[in-house]
Design a protein around this ligand. Structure first.
Ligand SMILES: *Cc1c(COP(=O)(O)O)cnc(C)c1O
Length: 421
């Protein structure tokens, strides 16, 4: 690759106002190019100290007193911080369970509320777990409920017009991934929410790939419900609990289908009959995962400090640079862009497709110390996490990918099939 690309990367890093944030993360191997922050974000240094204090002091010394010294309020406290990243009020967001479980709770709540309406509209770009959850919700609610999975023509762009055409007076719920996990397509949240409201449907957004990577304003978009993940761009740690959002006006109207003591009014009166807690807390079910939950906070604080506008600006610059290098060096080697070209319709990851993508992905990881991820049948996803991905890393990633293909270093992996990709 020409020296001018390298110089450009260096210049972009030197001009980057977010560059100092990289040092706030644990980076043990400076040679490792990590482009998988959209699957598992890096470890913030502050989370290490937080984990030690939590385990040694709070658990080790304070023992059960910890519940009254912050643990019991952690789902709401961390939820209120996430609210600032997604344009919600602090009392509209709470941390609990996994994204899949939260989606189930909110989808069933919405479907039960929408009496007489039996249709869920979604698309075939949605995260498969979301589709499984919706199928399960339909089965649970009885024969009349059905899911319409609108097909994307090209597997890259959201089928916006077809979705709108499918919204009708039978539609109870529209639910989509705000940023699509494979292609990175970014839906226009406000426009689709408006279209759903026009026919009386509720809207549930999955923010897993957009929270911490694109600015979100749930209130301004009129969104009703949302769920999202904390271990991707929020850097909350493997398996960290997810969050859910319920617009204030809906909180009294919707009921949590998984009724447990943490969502009950006066949980500790141990009464035998369930009565829901008021507000978003009613969507809690069981005891929060205190250790994992506490570790989400440092990553959120870094994003709040950086500001989502600056995060988005850098994300756009990173992806523009990657696209430029892709055109010059990878497209000639048989790679195709499997993401939208329009930056306004893209989140913070890019998918490159190649007929030998899985073998190339394995060669990247095992031979050239470069971690992207792979999504079948033939996409390599390159996640750009603006808090710690540098322009130099983008340059170096393209250089290494080019080298793999030119030198045929992926050929010995053509028959491998790992379990987690
Ligand atoms: C990562 C992701 C999830 C994760 O679901 P879990 O239940 O936390 O495993 C769900 N939805 C989308 C869109 C995702 O990207």
């Amino acid at each position: 690759m020409p020296a001018s690309d390298d110089l450009k990367a260096k210049r972009l890093d030197a001009e980057d106002p977010l560059a100092p944030f990289r040092e706030r993360f644990v980076i043990r191997d400076p040679e490792l190019i990590y482009l998988d922050g959209n699957s598992l974000g890096r470890l913030p240094k502050a989370a290490v100290g937080r984990a030690r204090a939590l385990i040694e002091t709070e658990w080790g010394e304070r023992l059960i007193r910890g519940w009254n010294e912050g643990w019991i309020d952690a789902p709401a406290r961390v939820g209120a911080k996430i609210a600032r990243l997604i344009g919600a009020h602090p009392d509209e967001v709470i941390v609990a369970d996994s994204t899949s479980v939260n989606l189930f709770k909110l989808a069933v709540a919405a479907l039960r509320y929408q009496q007489g309406r039996t249709k869920i509209v979604t698309d075939d770009l949605n995260f498969p777990s979301d589709l499984y959850v919706l199928q399960g919700a339909c089965e649970l609610l009885g024969e009349e409920h059905e899911m319409t999975r609108v097909a994307s023509g090209d597997g890259v762009h959201g089928p916006v017009e077809e979705i709108q055409a499918n919204l009708d007076e039978r539609t109870a719920l529209l639910t989509l991934s705000h940023v699509v996990f494979k292609s990175g397509y970014l839906y226009d949240m406000a426009a689709l929410t408006r279209a759903a409201h026009e026919v009386g449907a509720l809207v549930l957004w999955d923010l897993s790939h957009s929270v911490g990577s694109v600015p979100i304003n749930l209130e301004a978009s009129g969104a009703d419900l949302a769920v999202g993940c904390s271990y991707k761009y929020l850097n909350g740690g493997p398996g960290a609990p997810a969050f859910l959002y319920v617009r204030r006006e809906l909180q009294a109207k919707l009921a949590n289908p998984i009724t447990g003591w943490m969502g009950k009014k006066n949980a500790f009166d141990f009464a035998l009959d369930y009565e829901p807690e008021v507000g978003v807390r009613k969507f809690l079910t069981g005891t929060p995962s205190v250790v994992s939950l506490a570790l989400i906070e440092p990553g959120i604080e870094l994003l709040l400090e950086a500001g989502m506008q600056r995060v988005r600006e850098k994300s756009l610059k990173l992806s523009a640079f990657l696209l430029e290098l892709f055109e010059a060096h990878l497209a000639p080697l048989g790679f195709h862009l499997a993401s939208p070209r329009d930056p306004a319709r893209r989140g913070s990851h890019l998918s490159l497709s190649h007929p030998q993508a899985l073998a190339i992905d394995l060669a990247m990881i095992r031979e050239l110390n470069l971690i992207p991820d792979f999504r079948p049948p033939e996409s390599i996803r390159l996640g750009l996490a603006p808090l710690y991905t540098s322009f130099q890393e983008v340059y170096e990633a393209v250089r290494r990918i080019e080298r793999i293909v030119v030198e045929g270093r992926h050929e010995k992996y053509l028959n491998d099939a790992p379990v987690v990709t």
